[in-house]
Every structure is written in C-alpha cells, then in structure tokens.
Design a protein around this ligand. Sequence first.
Ligand SMILES: [Zn+2]
Length: 388
Amino acid sequence: MIDQTKRILSDLVAFPTVSADSNLDMIAYLANQLEDCGAQVDVLTDGSGRKANLFATLGPLRDGGIVLSGHSDVVPVTDQNWATDPFKMVERDDLLFGRGTCDMKGFIAATLAMAPVFAQQVRDQPLHFAFTYDEETGCIGARHLAQNLTERSIKPSLAIIGEPTNMRVIDGHKGCYEYSTHFQGLEGHGSAPDCGVNAIEFAVRYVSRLLDLRDELKLMAPNDSRFEPPWTTVNLGALNGGQVHNVIAPRATVDWEMRPVQASDADFVNEALKTFCDEVLLPSMRLVYPDASIVTEVIGEIAGLMPADENEILKIVSELTGINRADVVSFGTEAGIFQSLGMDVVVCGPGSIEQAHKANEFLAVDQLDQCLKMLEGLGAKLSEPPNQ
Ligand SMILES: [Zn+2]
C-alpha cells in the first residue's frame, strides 16, 4: 500500500496546482481513479471554469457517513530556493520532497490508494471524498462545496481534514477573519482643517475603538478555552493614508484581523464597529462632506473549528491512532466550514506544518505509513455491522 501511495503522491505533485492556476487536470486524475473504484463522482466547477471541487461517494447515497477531505491547491514556489524541482517528487532518506507533499497531497494520495479497499468495505454508511480548490487563498472552494452540499441536501455526519498535524488529533483552531477598512474623506488645505474631512483622523478613531474592543475580548474568553492565548485576538497589520504634510488626507485604509475563539466574538466586534461608524464617525464626516464613506472589505473569513463536548469522529480517530488527547492548533483549515454544516470534525493528517509552505517541503514516509494505518482501521470500521 505504501508503494502505491507514493506512486500516486508522485503523480499528484507533478500537477502544479498553485492556487493562482487551474487544478482541473489533477481533479480529472482523482475523478478517474475514484470512478474506477465504483465511486459516484461529482466535479463541481467554479464560475471561471478553471477550478473545480470534487465530491465522490462510495457506498449508499444517504445521510451520514464520513468525509475524507483535502485541498488540491498548493502555495507558490516563487522566490524559494529549492534543491530539487518542486513539482517532481524526490525520495531521499525516507523523506519525500516536493511542493504539496505534506500540505496536503500526501493525505489525498493515501485516501486514493485506499479507495479500492474502501470500496469493498463500505456497507450501510457512505464514505465521501471531498477535494477542494483555493484553500490557501481563503477556503473559497470549501465554501462553494458547502453551499452545493446544502443545496443538494447531502448531509454527511463526520469529517476528517487531513492537514499536516504529524498525525496528532486536532479538534480546534481559531478562526481567521481579515479585513481592509477604507475611509473616504475630503481633501483640503492643511491650514483649514475644518473645510475638509481627514480620512487618517477617522481611521485613527476607528483603530482606537478597535483597541478598546480588543481589551473587552480578553474578558470574554470562555473559562474552558484551550487556545493560546485563550481569548479572541485583534491585530493591526497596516495603516495607510495621506501624502504630504500640508494636505488634508482624503483617503486612508486600515488592514486588520481578528482570530475568534468563538463565532459570537466576531459578531460582537463587527456589530460594535458598525454601530460606531454609523452613529459616531459617519455623521461627523458627513457634516462636512455628504459623500464621505467607510467601507469594510472582507479579505477572508475562515471559520474556526470550535472544540465540541461531544465529537464522534474524535472518538473514532483517537481509537484508530491510539492518541487519547486532542489538541488545538494555531493554523486555520477548512474544518470550520464542515463543522458549520453540522458535522463532527477533526483535523488529522501526515506531515508537519513546519514544512508546509517552505522551500524543500517534504513528507516523511513514516508519516504516510501512520496515515495508511489509520485509514486501514477506518476501513475495517466501515465493514462492521451498525451499532457495534
Ligand atoms: Zn493545507
């Protein structure tokens, strides 16, 4: 099985599925292999026709069952110093080098190698494969897939997201919400501040409100939060505006993010900021310039994976890996999107996030082996009669 997995991984690495480029060839390859195993395969193309999600099912088409999920895209290799061709897998000292080996084509290859076995094992519960596009640029494919599953009333109950965790079992990560807030004021001579609307000034007042909210968020951390730090954080990434000393700055932009430990914190911050803009900043700006505006552009809102008290797939994967404790991690994944569909979700996959996104990315063969063992155990479970 490991040799077959390595062969598939080598094929997958050879598809240069950098997020900016098409992933259609790789999706066609995956679709073919799954169809050969008797899976019902749906390829879901995006609006541009250059990207696609794949959703495939072995076993009965009914509610429930498990989703094995991975993203098909990889980060660029530009400006990285690779010792080998990043899109040609090379094995050296039991390490498999190549872009995407750990993040996260290794997991996809393992699920694909196991697919013919799973096909023999599935009984009453379906086993699904969900391979998405554009995870690295904001989980766009997964959101598209979620919408599609909802429209088609397909309701799997459990999901394993195979992002690289060194095969540790992860049941939580914070969300990552990124915004750019644009302020449009009115230009004027620096000597007559009351005749213009200084966008920088309003941006600074906005930032000041955001910092107050940041302090409030610290007090709102759930008592049992396992995150580090335990509360929702806010970061100011960039503040840009204006040109020269003696001109009232007509435009300013604040780039900021928050990492919610609970979805309600994000709502709290966004609502508080909206109220502040609507009731305080905008009326004051529009007194001088009726066309003044504050527009918040959503760069990405990646839902967190919130640890749940009851998590069926956590029990299963813990049993299969022999790891009895679940951890939380600081990186974001598509897991929160699957959780929002009502599924129990864990993140567990081969390789280390340490190697992800870097030059000379690699996956240890031993990790791939452990992943296959976990999937073999899962296959055996699929063939058990229900309620056992
Ligand atoms: Zn990834």
